[in-house]
Design a protein around this ligand. Structure first.
Ligand SMILES: Nc1ncnc2c1ncn2[C@@H]1O[C@H](COP(=O)(O)OP(=O)(O)O)[C@@H](O)[C@H]1O
Ligand SMILES: [Mg+2]
Length: 221
């Protein structure tokens, strides 16, 4: 189980996160909602062990997350690719596995994300949407138990959206825990078991997708 308890985070005098607690088990999906600046990316990078919280702790199966970072696949909002390398080289450079196993996984991801036709191209020669697809795919090169995705659909075309949706269903069924921050509510709701909405760094809503949907509907009427 991936949990965080009473997390706070300040940037200077600005409090970006205020007393956030959550937990996700194997095979569960938590959707993180909230407007721009509400603290979603800060929370995901703390959960991934990329930045430390000011107080509170993050634990993976009861151990500090800093000791088990390898069990977490984290897809950040920004592009993290080597621009002068090809798609294929990027995929392989991300892998910790021996060559043949890495190639097999890269092939599988090229199938899944429909990347064969541009896999030999340098990343800096790709279209924006193609780069986004590669940025998502590299995170799946290594095995993981928990998957954290930060607005994975931004700049992704319909092909990429469909690939990601199929892959999330696949990994969820395999028992991976998923936390996804995404504005595209209709994309996330079919996978989500729980919703957590942030507002100005605090929890604004926590509950089931059905309860969330009802709340959204009542606001829209
Ligand atoms: N490195 C940083 N330094 C200072 N302020 C930051 C930094 N990162 C984020 N913030 C601020 O913290 C708040 C939350 O940001 P973020 O977690 O990126 O929100 P979201 O992902 O929901 O858009 C915003 O007001 C943002 O300006
Ligand atoms: Mg963000």
């Amino acid at each position: 189980m991936l949990t965080c308890d009473h997390i706070t985070k300040q940037y200077g005098k600005f409090r970006a996160l205020n007393d956030i607690s959550l937990s996700v088990s194997s095979g569960e999906c938590l959707a993180l909602f909230g407007s721009n600046g509400s603290g979603k990316s800060t929370l995901l990078s703390i959960l991934a062990g990329s930045i430390p919280p000011d107080s509170g702790d993050v634990r993976l199966n009861d151990a500090p997350v800093s000791k088990s970072k390898r069990s977490i696949a984290y897809i950040p909002q920004n592009i993290v690719l080597f621009e002068e390398l090809s798609v294929w080289e990027n995929l392989l450079s991300w892998s910790d596995a021996p060559g043949s196993q890495a190639k097999k996984q890269a092939e599988w991801l090229c199938d899944r994300f429909d990347m064969h036709e541009f896999k030999r191209k340098r990343v800096d020669r790709l279209s924006g949407g193609q780069r986004r697809r590669v940025n998502i795919a590299v995170s799946f090169m290594n095995d993981f138990d928990y998957l954290l995705l930060d607005e994975p659909l931004s700049g992704v075309d319909l092909v990429g959206e469909k690939s990601l949706s199929e892959l999330l269903a696949h990994y969820k069924q395999e028992g991976k825990g998923i936390i996804i921050a995404e504005h595209h509510i209709q994309f996330v709701l079919p996978f989500a078991d729980h919703i957590l909405e942030l507002k100005e760094g605090s929890v604004h809503f926590e509950g089931t997708p059905e309860a969330y949907y009802e709340m959204v509907q009542s606001i829209m009427v």
